[in-house]
Design a protein around this ligand. Structure first.
Ligand code: G3P
Ligand code: MG
Length: 235
């Protein structure tokens, strides 16, 4: 079972920052997940919340600020004083650093409402221009079907994963239409039968966010291909 660092390695460094990706590599992880959204002026950046309040010294919706303003914020002090001044990173900066560190990536597209196709198009266009053909392609996931449809159309050879808290009722049909290779599901809603059924349909199951090593071992026994974790020691 693979351990995918969640938002870089969010338990040990401020989530989704370059420091978090460095922490993942330093702890021997081979793959990381991160969240992509857009600035007001359409720059893809790596940030989880739709608001700046929790993880920066700014406030208000991310989408109300241009990249120039966002890039000057402190996204590290909230986590620990040692990370003071750690900035929000653009998608381009994160992809280039992951390449330098030899990390495989799961790019979760997390659009603001009404910007689903725009966010997917901007994120994927940027990723295609940065990511080398020879490297294992990014896994593209999203809670928003529209984003996966855009990925299917413009990067058909990059693997797609349907992201959901609970497995959707029409998961087989969705996976068929999107030619998805995996479901990324909240581990709390998973059980052995559901995993076996999903795997029998030819889809991998990756479970988020698993920070309890006992739970991680159980999921592994049930056949989960990977877990997303904030810590390096969950499997
Ligand atoms: O992609 C897995 C996981 O990150 C989904 O939930 O809210 O942490 O982005 P969230
Ligand atoms: Mg995420």
């Amino acid at each position: 079972m693979i351990l995918i660092g969640h938002r870089g390695l969010a338990g040990l460094a401020p989530e989704n920052t370059l420091a978090s990706f460095r922490a993942a590599a330093a702890h021997g992880l081979t793959m990381v997940e991160f969240d992509v959204r857009l600035s007001k002026d359409g720059v893809p950046l790596v940030f989880h919340d739709d608001s700046l309040d929790r993880t920066t010294d700014g406030s208000g919706p991310v989408a109300e600020y241009g990249w120039a303003e966002l890039s000057r914020l402190d996204a590290g002090s909230w986590f620990a004083p040692a990370f003071a001044g750690e900035p929000i990173s653009s998608l381009e900066q994160v992809l280039r650093q992951c390449l330098d560190l030899g990390l495989s990536v799961n790019m979760e597209i997390k659009p603001d409402r009404g910007r689903e196709a725009e966010t997917a198009l901007a994120a994927l266009s940027l990723a295609v221009s940065v990511w080398p053909h020879a490297a294992p392609p990014p896994v593209i996931s999203s809670f928003e079907t529209v984003c996966l449809e855009v990925a299917h159309r413009i990067v058909p050879l990059w693997p797609r994963a349907i992201l959901a808290e609970d497995r959707p009722g029409d998961w087989r049909q969705m996976a068929g239409q999107l030619e998805a290779t995996a479901l990324h599901l909240d581990h709390g809603a998973l059980d052995a039968a559901q995993i076996a059924e999903t795997m029998a349909a030819g889809l991998a199951v990756r479970a988020y966010t698993v920070n309890d090593p006992v739970r991680a071992r159980l999921l592994q026994d049930w056949g989960v291909a990977a877990i997303f974790s904030d810590y390096p020691h969950s499997s």
